[in-house]
Ligand binder design. Structure first.
Ligand code: ATP
Ligand code: MG
Length: 411
């Protein structure tokens, strides 16, 4: 992609109405633009990050047998009446159409997936089953000052699993926990698996919490990794010694990037979702649900991985593999490098601007935060200066050396 043609450009200062670090950095970098409070547009750079995050999530959900589908956003009011959530879900957008119909605008999809599953699950042979989607959700959040961490419209991955009994559910829940750990690790986040309240569904749930100064949640956790609880339900206080000898428990502000729940038969009961076992007996289906905040993840990464110059994307979710810059008088040689890199499948953002100073290009490169910076100039004498966003060390490499190195990190 040539920067001169890119839709969305960097800006020096964030708009005054953006207060959250993620919103300031992502707006300045040309990733997002606010539509109204709590609602954002994702520009090409931002959309590429969203797609990279989604790809990782898809791979790990497919690996645990999840089948991807896409459910409706306009939902059935009657289904929400049946579960009681038409009245009790406090952030529910209730839409009245010009034809005077009322629709819940999907904040979550149990009310859609369970009646749907009922059409296809009738026997123990149809179980277990897990389906998921990545889709825009709507919640009328009271406070929407955290940029894309808390949207009124946001992207979520939600998976729903269906089981014949508790034992089968437990096995799957454990698999999902492992998959969740992989998801967050692959995108450069250290997410702490945390015991949390189960809301209206269950006694407990598990949240995935990323330590961050501006997080809205708070956890008490063992630095050795064997205990973590949301302060809302924590049975212990900060400072208590960890039972396994890892020292005092710590308290930290965090961002909830994922949440998994045992649903038991709550929704199966509401919709009469049962199956026949081997003896022909009707039994309720046991369910679980598993959420990941896709757009919140992008915000969380920006909150955690940044410095005074801008965002520092982990390689796996950076919008491009390399950011190529040319300085004085080497435009055509650099264009050749650009084409060669692209030909081998490396994703290149090429700052091809002629009328912009070296300093300005370097500053934009740091602000956008792609993991590798490549510079071609008079002084690099036919070679390319290679530098990582995380370090200061520069190296002079041939085109082939750059290719080899980029390929290695892509693997
Ligand atoms: P919170 O406590 O932050 O309001 P929640 O517990 O209500 O979130 P869940 O219903 O568990 O959210 O949704 C699953 C995941 O979706 C969350 O773990 C979070 O990552 C993401 N998410 C929830 N609400 C929002 C929102 N308003 N904006 C962006 N992401 C969200
Ligand atoms: Mg939650």
């Amino acid at each position: 992609m040539r920067y001169s043609e890119l839709f969305g450009k960097t800006i020096k200062d964030a708009p005054k109405d953006e207060v959250a670090v993620n919103a300031k950095l992502l707006t300045r970098g040309g990733f997002i633009r606010r539509e109204v409070a709590g609602v954002y547009n994702y520009l090409p750079l931002g959309f590429r990050v969203i797609e990279k995050i989604s790809k990782i999530v898809r791979e790990e959900m497919n690996a645990i047998g999840g089948q991807e589908l896409l459910l409706s956003s306009l939902q059935n009011k009657e289904s929400w009446k049946k579960t009681g959530r038409w009245e009790s879900f406090d952030a529910l957008f209730k839409l009245t159409s010009i034809l005077d119909n009322q629709y819940p605008l999907g904040p979550t999809h149990e009310e859609v997936i369970v009646p749907l599953a009922k059409q296809f699950i009738s026997s123990y042979k149809d179980l277990p089953l897990s389906v998921y989607q990545i889709q825009t959700k709507f919640r009328d959040e009271k406070r929407a000052k955290s940029g894309i961490l808390r949207g009124r419209e946001f992207l979520m991955k939600d998976l729903y699993s269906f089981h014949a009994d508790e034992k089968d559910f437990d096995i799957y829940y454990d698999k999902a926990k492992k998959a969740y750990k992989k998801v967050f690790k692959r995108m450069g986040l250290d997410a702490i698996e945390t015991q949390a309240g189960g809301g209206a569904f269950s006694k407990i749930s598990h949240e995935y919490q990323v330590v961050a100064e501006n997080g809205e949640d708070e956890i008490i956790y063992c630095p050795g990794g064997d205990f973590s609880s949301n302060v809302e339900i924590s049975p212990v206080k900060e400072g208590k010694q960890c039972d396994l000898g890892h020292g005092p428990l710590k308290k930290a502000k965090t961002i909830e990037v994922g949440n998994i729940f045992p649903l038991g038969t709550k929704f199966s009961d509401a919709f009469g979702l049962t199956y026949k076992n081997k003896d022909g007996k009707d039994l309720p289906v046991i369910m679980g649900c598993y959420g990941i905040g896709i757009s919140r993840l992008m915000g969380a990464i920006a909150e955690v991985h940044n410095d005074d110059k801008g965002i520092v994307w982990p390689e796996a979710v950076a919008p491009f593999d390399v950011h190529l810059i040319h300085l004085e008088g080497v435009a055509s040689a650099t264009f050749e490098v650009y084409k060669k890199l692209q030909k081998t499948g490396i994703e290149v953002l090429y700052d091809d601007r002629e009328d912009v100073s070296a300093g300005e290009k370097f500053a934009d490169c740091d602000l956008i935060g792609i993991s590798v910076r490549l510079v071609v100039s008079d002084r690099t004498q036919g070679k390319i200066e290679w530098k990582k966003r995380t370090g200061d060390k520069t190296e002079l490499l041939s085109v082939n050396e750059v290719l080899n190195r980029s390929r290695q990190t892509m693997l």
